[in-house]
Design a protein around this ligand. Structure first.
Ligand code: PLP
Length: 463
């Protein structure tokens, strides 16, 4: 039965679909509220499918760090497990055991010295929150034990942190001591870090893979400076490594780089399974170097799931499929396979950055030699009539999504573009991208001055 608009329904809040072969009478259904009556599955499918078709193509989305391609076996595991809830550990003990195995694998990958504790999360954001909360609770406990005030805690990090740390600080009333970065040194340095620390500092965040540029902060130098600080003053300030992207790159591509649990100052590390862990969106990990660093009060024993089950995290229900996919990827690729995948991404990133850095209009801020991510800006002597947001817009015309955005506080007047090279962006596509970038520049040069206002206002970009 065709569903007709009700009186008062604005036409633009209806979706119409032709069930079957686009020859029959069209169905119309309101979409500004749950319709009173349903429509056949194939018609509903067509509406949803067609609307979602207007999204960009995920494989050409060079803004995201998140995995957009997995192989057919992974797709099969996903389809077999999308009905499992990660919190139901008693009902799905095999999945719970796989989560524990993955945590151990990751802890070993990060050179944990002994028994550790960790958990899967929805993404790095939740994982970072857990790392930050452990710092806050341990700092408060130590202050209470020393008979000191627990007011005004602060956390020290560079102004280039991802927005999750701003959220953490705001949600839990921690002062965010953002250390200004410069174009010449767009990372936290030991000196700038030490200038911001006092007895109320619950911890420092070091970023392995700065979101804006892909570069690594000097974690070993930060750790050494904190060791020295403790020797000189007694202040014992722990370090959390936000390895959202680099946590799954450095172990394979830069195994000699000391940034992980080889440094005793590093109490906890977080990463996104769904970035260079090579898993579809919805997975993060956080690991503490030893069990005593995770305050017991953060672990909840939930009795009503069948038996006493310790749980840890901000969410309760969440999909289990991604955890199974992580296990699959670890087994399927092994360390060697991960090395191969990441090395190819890096080779493509270096190729692209050298081509873009070689263009007279641009200057590189990073070249993809840390994580396979690089950013560039307009050269100081650029005398063209277009802006990076306009170039980004023009590239979209060719199908590519390459963001243009301002750098963080203190150098926010510098606008950059960034490319995240991921599994699935091979050399063939990279050649096409360079050709399309050149064509976009030629289009903009030929168009002459465009309206002064950028196509969209500059936004903070937080992927
Ligand atoms: C350094 C850093 N930390 C945290 C996050 C948040 O990660 P997620 O999207 O997995 O929550 C990101 C995301 O890009 C990031 O780059």
């Amino acid at each position: 039965m065709p569903i007709v608009p009700q009186p008062g329904d604005a036409p633009e809040v209806h979706a119409s679909v032709n069930p079957g072969v686009f020859t029959e009478e069209w169905l119309t259904v309101p979409v500004d509220r749950i319709p009173d009556h349903g429509i056949p599955g194939e018609a509903a499918y067509q509406i949803v499918h067609d609307e979602a078709m207007l999204d960009g193509n995920a494989r050409l989305n060079l803004a995201t760090f998140v995995t957009t391609w997995m192989d057919d076996y992974a797709n099969r595991i996903y389809a077999e497990s999308y009905d499992k809830n990660m919190i139901d550990k008693d009902e799905y003990p095999a999945t719970a055991a796989i989560e524990a195995k993955c945590t151990t694998m990751i802890a070993k990958l990060w050179n944990a010295p002994g028994a550790t504790v960790g958990v899967s999360t929805v993404g790095s954001s939740e994982a970072c929150m857990m790392g930050g909360l452990a710092f806050l609770k341990r700092w408060k406990a130590a202050r209470r034990a020393a008979g000191k005030s627990t007011e005004n805690p602060n956390m020290v990090m560079s102004s280039a942190v991802q927005v999750v740390w701003e959220r953490f600080c705001r949600y839990w009333d921690v002062e965010l001591r953002a250390v200004p970065i410069t174009l010449a040194e767009p990372v936290l340095t030991p000196k700038t870090m030490l200038d911001h620390i006092d007895e109320n500092t619950i911890g420092v965040v070091g970023i392995l893979g700065v979101t804006y540029t892909g570069g690594y902060e000097p974690i070993a130098d930060l750790a050494a400076a904190l060791d020295d600080l403790q020797q000189r003053t007694g202040l014992d300030v722990p370090l959390h490594v936000d390895g959202a992207s680099g946590g799954m790159i450095a172990p394979f591509l830069q195994p000699e780089l000391k940034w992980d649990f080889r440094l005793p100052r590093v109490h906890s590390i977080s990463t996104s399974g769904h970035k260079y862990g090579l898993i579809y969106p919805g997975l993060g990990w956080v690991v503490w170097r030893s069990k005593d660093l995770l305050p017991e009060e953060m672990v909840f024993d939930v009795a009503y799931l069948g038996s006493e089950m310790p749980t840890l995290g901000l969410n309760f229900s969440r999909p289990a499929a991604q955890v199974l996919l992580q296990y699959y990827a670890f087994l399927r690729l092994g360390r060697h396979g991960y090395y191969n995948v990441q090395a190819v991404s890096q080779r493509v990133a270096r190729h692209l950055s050298s081509a873009i850095g070689g263009m007279s209009q641009f200057e590189l801020l990073s070249d993809g030699s840390d994580t396979p991510v690089f950013a560039w800006r307009l050269a100081d002597d650029f005398d063209g009539v277009w802006t990076l947001p306009q170039l980004s817009d023009r590239l979209r015309w060719y199908g590519w999504q390459v963001p243009a955005y301002p750098m963080p506080a203190d150098i926010e007047n510098v606008e950059v573009m960034r490319i995240v090279v991921r599994n699935g962006l091979g050399m063939d596509l990279a050649h096409k991208l360079i050709a399309d970038l050149k064509a976009s520049i030629a289009d903009l040069d030929a168009a002459g001055p465009l309206p002064a206002n950028a196509p969209h206002p500059p936004t903070q970009f937080h992927h």
